[in-house]
Design a protein around this ligand. Structure first.
Ligand code: ITT
Length: 199
């Protein structure tokens, strides 16, 4: 196995257009970079997500931002529902439609689950750190739970209001963000990435 490459820069570009992710990623990596910039501030375009896996899409987004000359971190994540054959999966953002309305996406999930006993689900987060020379370090994290209806809480984003992590009663939407950060799929992926590239 080759030795992982370490992050040595001052500024880390968070290669996303999702303000919820910018907030969570900056919170999780605050000790390891002096400053953060996102695709939104840098005016970088949103690449088309043509990959067929979370890892492929994270790598494609990180590489697109790194090609602009920065060390860039991208997250590709989503909700996997086994009773829906793995949907919405890598299409989690697209289920919310062009207006990015997650009430619509959550309703689609709930409609699909009608009459089904299995309401288990898990979030996946693939993280890819890419350098301008094309080198990449990629990890994947998960968080298992159950889907509830109606949605509850306004603290998170995306599908958080219908997801109760295993061993808890509150949805991610009701939970304090710091608490979500202790157990989320993103936290799991970050623990692995910090171990590989930021220590
Ligand atoms: P970028 O591609 O610009 O990063 P995006 O929102 O399109 O932003 P994805 O393609 O990775 O990101 O889509 C992931 C979707 O999965 C995201 O929009 C959320 O709805 C959902 N998701 C991911 N992590 C989540 C979390 O922690 N809580 C709730 N929903 C989450």
């Amino acid at each position: 196995m080759t030795t992982p490459r370490h992050f040595t820069g001052d500024t880390l570009v968070i290669a996303t257009h999702n303000p919820g992710k910018v907030r969570e990623i900056a919170d999780l990596l605050r000790p390891y970079a002096k400053s953060f910039k996102s695709n939104i501030e840098l005016g970088l375009p949103e690449p088309e997500e043509t990959g067929l896996t979370f890892v492929a899409n994270a790598e494609l987004k990180a590489l697109a931002a790194a090609k602009a000359g920065h060390i860039a971190l991208a997250d590709d994540s989503g909700l996997v529902v086994p009773a829906l054959g793995g949907d919405p999966g890598i299409y989690s953002a697209r289920w919310a439609g062009p207006t990015k309305d997650f009430r619509i996406a959550m309703q689609k999930v709930e409609d699909g689950l009608a009459g089904k006993a299995d309401r288990s689900a898990y979030f996946v987060c693939a993280l890819s750190l890419a350098w301008p020379d094309g080198h990449m370090e990629t990890v994947e994290g998960r968080c298992y739970g159950t889907l509830v209806w109606p949605p509850r809480g306004e603290k998170g984003f995306g599908y958080d209001p219908m997801f109760v992590p295993d061993g808890h009663d509150l949805t991610f939407g009701e939970m304090d963000p710091a608490k979500k950060h202790e157990m989320s799929h993103r936290a799991d992926a970050f623990r692995q990435l910090v171990e590989r590239c930021f220590r």
